[in-house]
Design a protein around this ligand. Sequence first.
Ligand SMILES: [Mg+2]
Length: 179
Amino acid sequence: MIILVDMDDTIENLTEAWINYANKRFHTAVNAADITTWDPSEAFPSVSHEEMYALLLEDELYETVEPFEGAVHYLQKLISDGHEVFIVTNSPYQVMKAKMEKVLFRHFPFIDWKHVIITGNKTLIKGDVLIDDGVHNLQGGDYAKLLFTAPHNRSFDAEGNGMIRVNCWEEVYKAVMEI
Ligand SMILES: [Mg+2]
């Protein structure tokens, strides 16, 4: 199968790293687990939306992003099982180099640039399955849909919307086996 895999908050903890980075910058104490909406700036009343999102354009942020537990192991397993894995990400072009070098190729060295797709519209990409924490990336796509649980999508009815909810990488692997 062709397995499409989102990057941020699916294979690594960008939001958590971003919140911690923002706490240091703005002297706040927001807990990443308390972010229940798509826009984390709502949890920082003293910080403007623009200030919060500007941090995503700083290369140093990506030094602090770490893989989720099991992501490295199960992505390698899917590849050794014979599937073709593509990372599909909608990332700001300004930090693409930092993000690839400091996050993807550093922590997932078995994935090469030929297996990275940059797009603002994932639903146009052809594949057998997409694993993503963003509901909007799954809705309308012509692939099996695995919704990777994140605080911002916890109350979304995945099954009622034709998706399979997965809470960790072990569950991703099991769900892919059943497709
Ligand atoms: Mg994501």
